[in-house]
Design a protein around this ligand. Structure first.
Ligand SMILES: Cc1cc2nc3c(=O)[nH]c(=O)nc-3n(C[C@H](O)[C@H](O)[C@H](O)COP(=O)(O)OP(=O)(O)OC[C@H]3O[C@@H](n4cnc5c(N)ncnc54)[C@H](O)[C@@H]3O)c2cc1C
Length: 333
């Protein structure tokens, strides 16, 4: 039945949810799938799996889904790949979608390759863009060769085409008038491969980075406690969030949740100030949608300058105090 209606003419999005509320990344993926589907008159389906999660269906339809496949079962209340992967495989066999997209979250990164392996197809991880061709080929863009180039990966023969996309890469959209339907499916669960003894929830402070309008980030060029105190002072004056590059994390100046780039957060602030950051592609993919990028770097040939709107060539220890004092003076008026 699913096949008749959805078939390979549809793009599916796995919905990650917490206590019935869809995660932001899932809504972003529906919006992108909607955009791709509209180009070729295709349909978008959301895979909503859990226990008592049906209330999320209307949100998913307003986010752009034509169909919500609702699979509820008490044993699906907590994510576990030994149940989720075969249940999705079963649905894929019946529905034969052309594309299935997952968020590149800890769950998506576990589930997508497991589903791909069971389905005998490929999985492109951590895409930074997706496009669709007329003949239904998904063009999956990922940084390759240590970020030296962007590679476009296609899955020429196997279906479905499975990809994971990092949170924040696409923007959520809202279609309040959009009509959709909910198809409730009784999942057939395979025998459990392990017993879930206890579930311990870790409380993680949500990163301020993704919602901040102004972000100041430091890189390997900021290599002292005094330097990071200067950046903190600048964030205070600008009411900005503080982030950094991979070396800033490796050197212990920032937390993991503050790292920006391919393996960190993707952000789209109004203003991004990169201090002592060279501008490597694997960092810059995380800020490619920032409205204005300002770079402070002592090396006039640093690649960051070709990827910025404004550049200040100089030692941050001289430049940042000038910025702070100038901004403070302006704020007094
Ligand atoms: C698979 C993979 C994933 C990765 N993911 C990420 C990611 O998500 N995010 C990320 O950031 N990186 C990531 N990286 C690392 C990335 O490739 C770069 O190595 C990293 O972004 C470089 O960080 P940086 O610009 O801070 O350091 P560098 O490249 O060392 O640049 C430091 C800059 O500081 C400047 N500088 C030095 N002293 C001063 C001074 N006194 N004043 C002003 N400027 C100064 C220098 O001129 C230089 O341009 C990843 C790498 C791999 C292989």
């Amino acid at each position: 039945m699913i096949g008749d209606i959805e078939g390979k003419e549809s793009l599916w999005v796995f919905i990650e949810q917490y206590k019935g509320a869809p995660k932001q990344v899932s809504l972003e993926l529906i919006a992108k799938a909607r955009m791709l589907a509209d180009k070729f008159s295709l349909r978008v389906a959301a895979l909503l799996i859990g226990d008592n999660v049906s209330t999320a269906s209307s949100v998913l339809i307003s986010a752009g889904a034509d169909t919500v496949f609702l699979l509820e079962h008490p044993l699906l209340g907590r994510y576990r790949s030994d149940f989720y992967a075969p249940v999705i495989l079963d649905l894929i066999r019946k529905g034969k979608p052309g594309v299935v997209i997952f968020g590149a979250t800890p769950i998506g990164r576990d589930l997508a390759p497991a589903v791909a392996a069971l389905a005998g197809t490929g999985c492109t991880a951590d895409c930074v863009d997706l496009e669709l061709t007329e003949n239904g080929a998904l063009l999956q863009t990922v940084p390759a060769f240590g970020g030296r180039m962007m590679a476009v990966i296609v899955t020429p023969e196997q279906r479905p085409q499975i990809a994971t996309v990092r949170p924040g890469v696409f923007q959520q959209a809202w279609f309040p008038e959009h009509d959709g339907r909910v198809v409730s499916i009784l999942p057939e669960l395979p025998p459990a491969k392990f017993d879930l003894v206890e579930f311990v929830e870790e409380s993680i402070q949500p990163s301020l980075l993704t919602s901040a309008r102004v972000v100041v980030a430091g890189g390997a060029g900021v290599d002292s406690r005094e330097g990071w105190e200067l950046l903190r002072e600048l964030t205070g004056v600008l009411q900005a969030a503080l982030g950094g590059s991979r070396p800033a994390l490796d050197n212990g100046w920032i937390e993991e949740s503050q790292m920006i780039g391919h393996s960190g957060s993707t952000i789209r602030p109004d203003l991004y100030i990169a201090v002592g950051i060279s501008g490597d592609v694997l960092h810059m993919v995380g800020v490619q949608d920032a409205k204005v990028i300002v770079a402070v770097n002592s090396d006039s040939r640093a690649p960051v300058f070709s990827r910025s709107d404004y550049g200040i060539v100089g030692d941050y220890r001289e430049v940042v105090p000038v910025l702070i004092n100038t901004l403070k003076k302006k704020q007094r008026f």
